[in-house]
Design a protein. Structure first.
Length: 554
């Protein structure tokens, strides 16, 4: 039986993580490029009612499948066009991923390990990030984790309902980010079957039913792709004509990055994704590495064969998926997030043995000392941001940051704690760090995202959207989303009428006749996703920003 006290403690910690997700989803503005672009595509889909074809600012869009846009458009239809409505479906899928990890673990492990694994996933930095900087990865993680849980339940108990749910989850994942949603379950179960010597599992006729059901559910997306692209070979995508939308999604976008057929190329290296795990899987990365090492030790001791009650779905699935993604010629840090639920299981097993079973006491002491240095340093880095980078930030935020640091020091010094010290200081630190980021740091940085300020001016001063134009400056998607409007671009200034407004750069303003235009607003912009020390330094920030202005034709 599980200790009810331990269960209650872990559930409280998971609830705290969910609360920080909610804070970020409400308070952090949408960041350019991806999150703002996907939010605006969803808004545009809702407005034009073209649900089988995807458009970005009126142009054909082929980069991502439609599931994120479908669900976000539905959310906006129900709750209105704003950032939380866009994020809500992905937030729910993050909760689905956490719950699915818990239920998956219950099939193989005791409940304490299941709860710890759920806490690891809920408390990793990636989840705090992708519940407000929403791309396709949050939704993909939910679909994939649901499919793994249901496939494992079918494998263990032969439940047909689980097989059908898994099929629907795989189809949902493929309509979110392509074949990776099918490949992860394959990568997860193949090594498990091999290490269990269950080779007959490779030839079960039920897989045919799964594939047929998946194919049937993919039909709406397939029809939309065929109508939008395959029927129009004259269209130009990625500099090419005769582009098949079906081939793009089922081959080029995923496997083409390995074969070289994809137009996306960037030699990131095999360890690129692991390097990014060093921050995105905080505060658990050291526990995960040691847990992975222990998995190999146990497999070696068992002479390459696992027992009837053991599983290698999590470890094998993580390793094979990592290898496949690392072979891609184009990688981004968030690509590995899809298998963080599997990494969470590996970590949860190790944490239980380390913190509750008392295994490896010297490792526990060493990890405590490392974390007692690392986490205070992270708090100090936040304080530097608050004091140095943004000296005009209010004193209340600084008091909260100092209080959070003081709380961490008290936890480190207190002789007895109700929760294992390593666990408590890890989750305490990541919660406070993300609370400070979400409430003060991100909003302060995003004041320099040009479109957010421009949209606010349009709303506050009630500027007519049908008479607002873009002139010789970049039009960011978040401007369209927050204004709930599409703005035309001007090439010639003499086409303006009296009372029209333009958004333009400061250089263009200097070249225009001052008697013909009235300055409505002037601001400074910066692409906050490309932070630099020169921008963070107030003394050198001026040379990093670009000036823009809103003008009215007299």
């Amino acid at each position: 039986m599980i200790d009810s006290r331990i269960k209650g403690q872990i559930l409280i910690l998971i609830s705290c993580c969910l609360l920080i997700y909610l804070v970020g989803a409400i308070s952090v503005p949408l960041m350019e490029i991806d999150a703002a672009q996907y939010a605006n595509i969803s808004r545009e889909m809702l407005g034009n009612h073209h649900f089988l074809q995807v458009y970005d600012r009126g142009q054909d869009y082929l980069d991502k499948p439609p599931m994120l846009f479908w669900l976000s458009a539905l959310s906006m239809d129900l709750f209105g066009i704003h950032q939380f409505a866009y994020r809500l479906p992905s937030l729910l899928f993050a909760l689905l991923a956490i719950y699915s990890v818990y239920r998956f673990c219950l099939l193989f492990y005791r409940e304490e390990i299941a709860l710890l694994s759920a806490l690891v996933l809920a408390g990793c930095q990636a989840l705090f990030l992708i519940t407000h900087d929403v791309r396709t990865d949050t939704m993909l993680m939910g679909w994939v984790t649901l499919s793994l849980w249901q496939l494992a339940n079918w494998y263990r108990q032969g439940s047909w309902s689980s097989l059908l749910i898994a099929s629907a989850a795989i189809a949902g994942g493929m309509m979110t980010k392509g074949p990776i949603a099918l490949l992860v379950p394959v990568f997860a179960f193949v090594p498990h079957f091999v290490l269990r010597r269950e080779f007959r599992q490779f030839f079960r006729w039920e897989y045919l039913i799964l594939l047929i059901f998946v194919a049937a559910l993919l039909l709406p997306m397939d029809i939309g792709l065929y109508r939008q692209f395959d029927l129009h070979p004259e269209k130009t995508e990625y500099g090419q004509q005769h582009v098949s939308g079906l081939r793009f999604f089922y081959w080029t976008q995923s496997f083409g990055r390995i074969t070289g057929e994809s137009t996306w190329h960037e030699s990131a290296g095999f360890i690129f994704l692991f390097q990014n795990m060093l921050w995105s899987f905080l505060p658990w990365i050291l526990f995960f590495v040691l847990g992975l090492f222990r998995e190999f030790m146990q497999l070696f001791q068992a002479k390459g064969k696992i027992g009837a009650q053991a599983e290698w779905i999590s470890t094998g699935g993580f390793l094979l998926t990592y290898a496949a993604l690392a072979c891609s010629r184009y990688q981004l840090p968030h690509y590995i997030f899809v298998v963080f639920p599997l990494a969470a299981v590996v970590t949860g097993k190790f944490l239980f043995d380390l913190l509750y079973d008392g295994i490896w006491p010297m490792a526990r002491l060493l990890l405590l000392r490392i974390h007692a240095v690392v986490f205070p340093l992270l708090f100090v880095a936040l304080l530097i941001l608050l004091y140095w980078s943004f000296p005009d930030i209010n004193s209340f935020s600084r008091i909260v940051a100092w209080a959070a640091l003081a709380g961490l020091i008290i936890l480190l010094a207190k002789p007895r704690l109700p929760v294992p010290r390593l666990l408590l200081i890890s989750i305490y630190s990541i919660l406070w760090i993300n609370f400070i980021l979400d409430v003060w740091i991100y909003p302060r940085l995003l004041q320099y995202q040009q479109s957010i300020q421009v949209a606010r001016i349009i709303q506050d001063q009630q500027l007519p959207k049908n008479r607002f134009f873009i002139y010789h400056t970049e039009q960011e998607r978040s401007l369209q989303f927050y204004s709930n409007a599409s703005f035309r671009r001007l090439d010639r200034i003499d086409s303006l009428s009296r009372g029209d407004f333009i958004l333009t750069g400061a250089r263009q303003w200097d070249s225009l006749s001052r008697k013909d235009f009235r300055l409505v607003y002037e601001g400074e912009g910066f692409h906050v996703t490309t932070l630099s020390l020169d921008f963070l330094n107030p003394a050198t920030r001026e040379r990093e920003v670009t000036c823009y202005c809103i003008l009215e034709r007299r």
